[in-house]
Design a protein around this ligand. Structure first.
Ligand code: ZN
Length: 275
């Protein structure tokens, strides 16, 4: 009797199987080949393979680049002088920015460096958003510059600037957020990490020294008066890439080849922070 019951159970199992044996089932796997790619069956049911870019080291990361100021800000004082809540203090919506003595405007430098940086980060797989797509407009105001990164919960954000310092002063510095109650508590620490990473790679790639006219902690100037930092909810720093009013710095900032190196340094620093 037990033998008959077992035979019936086995027969039952076989008969109730909902999956008939696949005609192609054998000892060889039929779905993945040695390259890990789908193995066409030749029966016309497979989707054609779509070419895909190889994964980059920054795949899955989102970075917002904020090129400071804008090309037409000087034409719209009513807009850019509007007073905005900058996170604990009132500030202008935006400002005109600096310039070299030869007339290379900071807004143009910032945009040039930003597009170089965007291309490099995108080539490594990052998704990149700029706070302005050209250099002909007005603004955006501080809250929108910060909001561009906040809205998509970016992994990192950087605001690109060049300083209008004393003509005798040289060098670059990073600006990182101070702790501003109710605003920056969560980003102070990661922003400092981001700042130190960008500082190190930028100094080397741009071959530029830390500012000799701004008092910093190893190149990091901690400030509580910048809306672009106070209003950020993601790790963010400013780069003051050099002093536009200094002849030697201005010559570098105006040189497209130098800007390529400088952008590579910023990209490397952001990547090191993210990875
Ligand atoms: Zn600026």
């Amino acid at each position: 009797m037990p033998a008959i019951v077992l035979a019936l159970l086995l027969a039952g199992c076989a008969n109730t199987s909902e999956d008939p044996p696949s005609p192609s089932t054998g000892d060889q796997p039929d779905t993945v080949d040695a390259d890990g790619e789908q193995d066409p069956r030749g029966d016309g049911t497979d989707e054609p393979e779509e070419p895909t870019d190889p994964p980059g080291p920054l795949d899955g990361f989102t970075v917002v680049i904020d090129p400071g100021h804008n090309g037409a800000n000087h034409t719209a004082p009513d807009v850019i002088n509007e007073q905005i809540d900058a996170g604990g203090l009132m500030k202008n919506c935006d400002t005109v920015g600096a310039s070299t003595d030869d007339g290379y405007a900071e807004h143009e430098f910032n945009f040039d460096l930003a597009t170089e940086l965007r291309d490099l980060l995108e080539a490594d797989g990052a998704e990149v958003v700029l706070t302005r797509e050209d250099n002909d407009g007005v603004g955006p105001c501080l809250p929108d510059r910060a909001g561009a990164a906040n809205d998509i919960d970016a992994d990192a954000a950087i605001s690109l600037h060049a300083d209008g310092g004393p003509p005798s002063g040289r060098g670059f510095h990073i600006i990182a957020p101070a702790e501003v109650s109710g605003h920056t508590e969560d980003i102070v620490e990661p922003s400092r990490d981001l700042g130190e990473s960008v500082r190190d790679s930028y100094a080397e790639a741009a071959d530029m020294a830390i500012s000799d006219y701004i008092s910093t902690e190893d190149g990091i100037h901690v400030r509580d008066d910048l809306g672009g930092l106070n209003l950020s909810t993601v790790p963010k720093v400013f780069l003051e890439a050099g002093n536009m009013r200094n002849a030697e710095d201005a010559a570098l900032l105006s040189d497209p080849d130098w800007r390529e190196d400088a952008a590579a340094g910023v990209a490397e620093g952001i990547a090191a922070f993210l990875e």
